[in-house]
Design a protein around this ligand. Structure first.
Ligand code: HEC
Ligand code: HEC
Length: 348
């Protein structure tokens, strides 16, 4: 029983049927081609993202140079605590007890936990060597040679030797907490973003490598703890301001931002800070309130950690930010008219 045979009785009807069949076949072929293209696309995205995510990074010994154990005293531990819990807010991502915390668990983005940094079961504290600490913090590389994800090593690449030693000494001294954090899983949105190169800062080892290539002398031997724009620049790095407020500090959402995340604002003189005084800035950083009465979302802007910033650090940060030009670069020492005006306000 074939409809085609029956149709052959009438000429025009047969012609219409043939055309319909041809169109049908055409559509079927089109769908098949689209399916094949989509499948090839997905396979390419998978292969490219997998290559980026699992690439092994060489770690030569000249690359890792610290001897972190020497000369630990109360002053060093105190500096370490301040860097870990306030300036570099390790505890903001790794949790108040530093034993790990969920960063994302979403079907599309994937699952990522910040690691347990303590000596407890499931923590790295008991097994990490000096070289492991330096590779992770300054180079974004884990002990298996693979890149860490989302760990701000591109910023921590700027850590001075004494500050690196202080951070590690403090972390070795915190109480061990037993917690095994769940393993990583990469969602398809993350795969797309990685395959298309849209989030270069997600792959910590690549980001740290880029920073190093651009600024070979990026780790000064020592940072002077004073209210200068240079120290402010160092604190902007350690505080990961550029991770959220973007590389040029001009604000905007990250391609992998979570639903409901507020847009990090522009911190250059093109943004709201151009009308602020040093006091306004201090209140925003430490208490999370802006001059126009907004309360900054503590889940996304880590002001509860920054609450512990000392006056000299707030001054240094303000000096650096207020001295930026409209492209987010530090102005010449004498500053532009705007920078001069903003800096003038630090006194008032
Ligand atoms: C923006 C969030 C964030 C901040 C801030 C942050 N980390 Fe991490 N860190 C992570 C995430 C997420 C991982 C897990 C990466 C992975 O598994 O690929 C990680 C991994 C690590 C590792 C590797 C551990 C392992 O499993 O081998 C070390 C060491 C580490 N962080 C130390 C620190 C220290 C010290 C600081 C502060 C100076 C810090 N982190 C600040 C998010 C962060
Ligand atoms: C983990 C991401 C993150 C980091 C790190 C971060 N910020 Fe923010 N910041 C935000 C977000 C998001 C907002 C907007 C919050 C809101 O609107 O509720 C914000 C708001 C601000 C504001 C208020 C501006 C306004 O008018 O709303 C200032 C000032 C600021 N950040 C400065 C800094 C500085 C300086 C650093 C580094 C020392 C820093 N931030 C680090 C995410 C971040």
């Amino acid at each position: 029983m074939n409809t085609g045979d029956r149709g052959s009785m009438g000429g025009p009807r047969e012609a219409r049927r043939t055309t319909a069949r041809r169109i049908g076949r055409g559509i079927g072929l089109g769908v098949l081609c689209l399916g094949a293209v989509a499948f090839a696309g997905i396979a390419i995205v998978y292969a490219r993202s997998e290559r980026e995510l699992t690439r092994r990074h060489a770690l030569s010994s000249q690359f890792v140079r610290s001897d972190l154990g020497a000369g630990v005293d109360a002053g060093v531990l105190d500096r370490g605590r301040h860097l870990v819990t306030v300036v570099a807010q390790c505890s903001y991502c790794h949790g108040p007890d530093l034993a790990g915390r969920e960063m994302a668990d979403d079907p599309w983005i994937g699952r990522l936990y910040a690691s347990n940094l303590t000596r407890g079961a499931g923590g790295i504290g008991a097994v990490y060597s000096d070289a492991d600490w330096e590779a992770a913090l300054r180079h974004g590389i884990g002990p298996d040679g693979r890149s860490l994800l989302l760990m701000p090593s591109g910023e921590l690449a700027h850590l001075t030797d004494p500050d690196l030693a202080a951070v590690v000494a403090y972390l070795r001294a915190v109480p061990g907490v037993d917690r095994v954090v769940p393993g990583k899983r990469t969602g398809w949105l993350t795969r797309f973003v990685v395959a298309l190169g849209l989030a270069p800062d997600l792959i910590s080892a690549e980001q740290a490598h880029r920073v190093r290539r651009k600024e070979p002398a990026s780790a000064p031997a020592a940072a002077t703890d004073e209210a200068s724009a240079e120290y402010g620049e160092y604190l902007v790095a350690l505080g990961s301001c550029r991770v959220c407020h973007r590389t040029d500090l001009a604000g905007g959402l990250h391609p992998l931002s979570l639903p409901g995340e507020p847009v990090p604002p522009d911190l250059t003189p093109n943004g709201p800070l151009s009308d602020w005084s040093r006091e306004d800035f201090a209140v925003a950083m430490r208490e999370g309130r802006t001059p126009d009465g907004r309360v900054l979302d503590r889940a996304f802007m880590p002001w509860p950690a920054f609450a512990g910033l000392r006056d000299v650090e707030v001054d240094a940060l303000w000096r650096y930010l207020a001295g930026l030009d409209r492209n987010g670069n530090p102005s010449e020492p004498d500053g532009g008219a705007l920078a001069g005006g903003l800096l003038g306000r630090t006194k008032g």
